[in-house]
Write a protein that binds this ligand. Structure first.
Ligand code: PLP
Length: 426
């Protein structure tokens, strides 16, 4: 007889079937059972040949460099990260961003995703004085990967943004500062967190919005977490004017994933040394040490600034061209049809399509598109932490348009066609 396992409340929450896990399973199944499926659903970085060639070259160099490979594979690093890598990274960030970081300001984690698990549970949840703290998302839709990371429930509170309507079928989310200030005034916020550029919308918070959030958090005595997974200086998938920002109360996270190295699971936290050493302590408890292959592959590229050139000359132009091309195809496919608009294309890997007055939800549209061999991500799951419902929640689709161009074009035409059928049958 198999045992009947009993899970703790926290265990059940972390191990449970979250909406996004079900969706990702469904996406994965559809993809493996139907080879004709057009994939606009995932968040994987594209395989850019010039970038893949750099990692292949670095792997060869590592194998030919004395006992470098044996040291990489055969040694545990300290939990904060590989000391020479941390020195190179601090020097790189100081050189290109004008900061004054030391290696003590840095901590490596097993991917950005783990960094968020550590940060959210460090800064929010039950506090020693018996109070509860939460993470404030000043703007949703926001990265779905945060949603189920709380060891304790109700970790997030989110603010509905303003929507600025723009010419040429575009719109842009803007932080609603009255709503953010009202949420902060509740007194239970442990940190504010934003992804910049934002997954899923491709929004890049303006320098003014970031400066205002920084000011609000500094005055409230709490950190501002900026998730820079797609941002500057690397991988640099930013198509608008935006300066990277760091300060003593800012926790900036970076990742090697969107450089084409998600398999190395390497995240980076840039923070006050008290936060960086807390993250290192949590790494030692949970993972003992970090993955070190990514650090070894990337270190010489930091020293030579090749990483900056790769970001500026290859990665950014690739994603920007794909995203803009998808926008043109969207006009070709939807033409003068009513009720469609795209978020302005400012960064990251996605186009965010809004379909107003559709008689079905984006979740139902996802199912209908899957039946026509087009995989997208319905927008509902990206609107977590809102204290009330917001009809906009069910109007959006996230489209990863960095796949094979002809497939993307075909898929966008099928989406437009299906939306037309849905509207006609209403
Ligand atoms: C906004 C954002 N933050 C963080 C992550 C985590 O990435 P990783 O754990 O691969 O560094 C992702 C991955 O897609 C992301 O889109």
């Amino acid at each position: 007889m198999s045992p009947s396992y009993r899970f703790s409340s926290s265990g059940a929450r972390l191990a449970g079937r979250s909406g996004i896990l079900e969706l990702m399973d469904d996406l994965g199944r559809a993809l493996t059972t139907d080879p004709g499926m057009r994939m606009l659903g995932g968040g994987n970085p594209a395989h850019i040949p010039a970038v893949d060639a750099v990692w292949r070259r670095r792997m060869t160099e590592l194998m030919q460099d004395g006992d470098a490979l044996e040291r990489t594979l055969g040694n545990y690093d300290p939990p904060q990260g590989n000391p020479p890598f941390l020195r190179s990274l601090a020097a790189f960030l100081n050189r290109h961003c004008g900061w004054d970081l030391s290696p003590a300001h840095l901590a490596i984690t097993a991917g950005g995703q783990s960094a968020f698990f550590y940060l959210f549970n460090l800064l929010a949840g039950p506090m020693p004085d018996g109070s509860q703290r939460r993470i404030l998302l000043p703007l949703v839709p926001e990265y779905i990967g945060y949603a189920n990371q709380g060891i304790h429930p109700d970790l997030f509170v989110a603010c509905q943004p303003d929507i600025e309507e723009l010419p040429d079928r575009e719109f842009k989310y803007r932080v609603s500062f009255p709503r953010v200030e009202a949420a902060l005034a509740q007194g239970d916020i442990g940190a504010i967190c934003v992804s910049r550029p934002t997954n899923p919308s491709g929004n890049v918070l303006t320098d003014q919005e970031i400066a205002r959030l920084s000011d609000l958090t500094r005055r409230a005595g709490i950190p501002l977490i900026i998730d820079n997974a797609y941002g500057l200086p690397f991988p640099g998938a930013v198509f608008t004017e935006a300066a990277p920002l760091w300060d003593d109360h800012i926790i900036l996270t970076l990742s090697l994933s969107k450089l084409g190295l998600p398999g190395t699971r390497t995240g980076i936290v840039v923070a006050h040394p008290e936060i960086a050493s807390a993250i290192a302590a949590m790494t030692s408890v949970i993972g003992l040490a970090n993955t070190n292959a990514g650090q070894q592959l990337v270190k010489p590229l930091l020293d030579s600034d090749e990483l900056l050139q790769l970001s500026r000359q290859v990665i950014r132009p690739f994603y920007e061209a794909r995203a803009r091309q998808a926008g043109q195809w969207m006009h070709e496919a939807f033409g003068t049809d009513p009720g469609w608009a795209l978020h302005r294309c400012e960064g990251a890997f996605f186009r965010w399509l809004r379909l107003t007055d559709l008689p079905i939800s984006s979740r139902e549209l996802y199912q209908r598109l899957k039946a026509r061999q087009v995989l997208v991500v319905p927008g509902e799951a990206f609107f977590f932490g809102l204290p009330h419902d917001w009809p906009h929640r069910t109007e959006c689709l996230r489209l990863n348009c960095s796949g094979a161009p002809e497939t993307v074009r075909e898929a966008l035409h099928l989406i437009a066609d299906e939306v037309r059928l849905v509207r006609q049958s209403a």
